[in-house]
Ligand binder design. Structure first.
Ligand SMILES: O=P(O)(O)OC[C@H]1O[C@H](O[C@H]2O[C@H](CO)[C@@H](O)[C@H](O)[C@H]2O)[C@H](O)[C@@H](O)[C@@H]1O
Length: 175
């Protein structure tokens, strides 16, 4: 007769099961703390009543599928339409570790806030009713629309360029 729980054929199998069980517990604990928005929609809308809502969205694996080549992590037409629609109602930000051009080119949407390079490079639309906070400069995006830029590390750019050029030169010398 088969036992209800599988036999461990080796220590490796046993350790694997312990790791799986721990991962499962960790996942369930995490999900209990941060339930899916889709299964908590009513709770969220109730909580949001009378409050100002802003939406913060990750790109890779959230708006786009995870793919082998990061240059091909395109979002679907439906997803783009959904983001454009929600941004009409709520301030919407895309938060990404990716660099400036990558995220913006993938989305192709103005009127969003983009926090790129892990927050070192933030771009947002110009809203005439609001004052410019400190460290904000005005510029235009690729589509010629006015934007506000917050690039907190910009003062370090000359130093970063210097280090980069020095590395390039050293590499050339080694070759
Ligand atoms: O900070 P995030 O916006 O979450 O960015 C994290 C990394 O995302 C990208 O890598 C991930 O997606 C790729 C495309 O699907 C996938 O190939 C890779 O395995 C994932 O880690 C991006 O390429 C990285 O630069 C980001 O740091």
């Amino acid at each position: 007769m088969k036992s209800s729980s599988p036999r461990h054929t080796s220590t490796r199998d046993y350790n694997h099961e312990i790791v799986s069980a721990n991962t499962d517990v960790a996942y369930r604990t995490w999900m209990a703390k941060y339930p899916s928005a889709l299964s908590s929609f009513e709770r969220i809308t109730n909580f949001a009543k009378g409050k100002r809502i802003a939406l913060f969205l990750d790109y890779d694996g959230t708006l786009s599928p995870i793919v082998d080549n990061p240059d091909f992590a395109f979002m679907s037409i439906d997803m783009r339409a959904a983001v454009a629609k929600v941004a009409k109602y709520f301030p919407t930000a895309i938060i990404s570790g990716r660099s400036h051009d990558k995220v913006y080119d993938f989305l192709g949407l103005t009127d969003l806030y983009y926090a790129r390079s892990h927050g070192m490079d933030i771009m947002g639309p110009v809203r005439e009713s609001s004052d410019d906070p400190p460290n904000c400069i005005r510029s235009t995006d690729k589509q010629g629309k006015g934007v506000k830029l917050f690039q907190i590390a910009s003062e370090f750019l000359p130093m970063i360029d210097e280090v980069f050029n020095s590395l390039v030169n050293t590499t050339k010398e080694i070759k």
